[in-house]
Design a protein around this ligand. Structure first.
Ligand code: UD1
Length: 417
């Protein structure tokens, strides 16, 4: 199994090109199930989760073609297997995103129920309830969601909680339903907006994406389209924190600054200088940071996918700060590992109190989920001596060539087998 070896202490400097967003690319790939015509996508990142999704779509019967320049073309003229098997869903929960489009276009879909995952139980009840409100007959049998319908119809759906993939699944299903669907308390995440834009390019009629009420007027068919996936705001945020912690100056290019307001505001509160252009963000820091309180919540508030990285930053900042996680019930697994590097963190329920220490020490640590892995990389970049991060397959699910990009910025980091 691969591990990352980091020698801490180098300030990062230079430019880094941000990749396409994993969490936008995943639903957009599944949108190809809605049309018999090809969907050609640019800026799709090379990541494990993306290849898992392409393998799933290929298994279902789509023709998948990759060319240079990161272009992926998907053609779902016929979909003989309307099923996402357990083996694929268990490695990537986002496989649930095939449910809505497959059901809406073919009147049937069978998707394995995702099991528990490292960061919590993460049910999919709201996806199921929404589809039922649109007329689907859904049975849960042998660990699978088996959904059938004649044609879905429009409905007014008020969602109990803000769910990102839930909103995306229902928006895709509603695109081919008969009549109008109104999703209330919808997720406002930029990735939902990016999916809506791609669907609109395919002929869907969607209003309000980016607000908490999305209106979808169903159409009979969708056509092919060409679309470029948005920049990854979490990858961008991770590099910004890395630069702030190491006391460097980094410009993230091909980025989307308007998706990172909450993150940039916290970085400024911590004492970093942050400047933005139309598609870049530059950060400069002397490495002397103030601890900042963070509370995760649905967009536009502070994203849960940046919580672990800010926890790492607070461990070496001056003063104390609280980090509160309100989205997932078990997203503090990085705390144990940070403590092994000398961090001072106390957890009480959903809140961690982090007291800054003068320095972290390199250690052998283990990654437990995607963003926890990123947090350990950040800690390793500033720790004294050598840090070994094991189980980095989590990192490969969501960060494209992270060690190459960090090396380019001056970090001493390498992958070992
Ligand atoms: C997406 C992101 C993930 C991010 C998360 C929150 C993708 C592929 N993943 O995950 O990176 O951390 O949003 O921003 O886009 N819930 C229910 N019932 C449901 C659905 C969700 O109770 O039917 C709960 C979840 O357990 C969780 C909360 O709602 O507590 C938010 O989850 P959700 O927004 O659905 O997360 P994902 O879409 O899985």
């Amino acid at each position: 199994m691969d591990a990352l070896l980091i020698h801490g202490g180098n300030p990062l400097a230079g430019e880094v090109r941000i990749s396409g967003a994993k969490n936008a690319a995943l639903p957009i790939l599944t949108a190809s199930l809605l049309s018999a015509e090809p969907l050609r996508l640019g800026n799709v990142p090379h990541l494990k989760d993306i290849s898992t999704m392409l393998a799933l779509l290929g298994h279902m019967g789509e023709r998948v073609t990759l060319d240079d320049q990161n272009h992926v073309t998907l053609c779902g003229e016929s979909i003989p297997h309307k099923e996402a098997p357990y083996e694929m869903v268990k490695t990537m929960r986002a496989a649930i995103l095939v449910l809505g489009p497959t059901l809406a276009r073919f009147g049937e879909a069978r998707v394995s129920l995702p099991g528990g995952c490292a960061i919590g139980s993460r049910p999919v009840d709201l996806h199921v309830k929404g589809l039922q409100a649109m007329g689907a007959d859904i049975q849960i049998e042998h660990g699978y969601i088996h959904a059938r319908c004649k044609r879905l119809h429009g409905a007014r759906i008020v969602m109990d909680m803000v769910t990102v993939t839930g909103t995306e699944n229902l928006m895709m299903a509603a695109a081919l339903a008969e009549g109008t669907t109104i999703l209330e308390n919808a997720a406002r995440e930029p990735e939902v907006v990016d999916l809506a834009r791609c669907l609109i390019a395919m002929g869907a009629r969607i209003e309000g994406a980016g607000t908490d009420i999305i209106t979808i007027h169903g159409v009979d068919t969708l056509h092919g389209a060409e679309y470029s996936v948005m920049a990854d705001r979490i990858e961008t945020g991770t590099f910004l924190v890395a630069a702030a912690m190491t006391g460097g100056r980094v410009r993230t290019t091909h980025a989307q600054p308007d998706t990172l307001d909450a993150v940039m505001s916290k970085l400024r509160d911590a004492g970093a200088k942050v400047e933005v252009g139309s598609d870049w963000i530059e950060i400069e820091s002397d490495g002397k940071l103030q601890a900042v309180d963070v509370r995760t919540a649905p967009h536009p508030a502070f994203p849960t996918d940046m919580q672990a990285q800010f926890m790492a930053m607070n461990t070496i900042a001056a003063g104390a700060a609280s980090v509160t996680e309100t989205i997932f019930e078990n997203r503090f697994m990085h705390v144990q590992e940070l403590r092994r590097m000398g961090a001072n963190i106390e957890v009480s329920g959903h809140t961690a109190l982090v007291r800054g220490v003068p320095r972290l020490d390199g250690a052998i640590v283990m990654a437990t989920d995607l963003r926890a892995s990123a947090c350990l990389v950040l800690a390793g970049l500033v720790a004294a001596g050598e840090t070994t991060i094991e189980r980095i397959y989590h990192l490969d699910r969501g960060y494209e060539r992270i060690e190459e990009k960090l090396t380019q910025l001056g970090a001493r980091i390498k992958r070992v087998h």
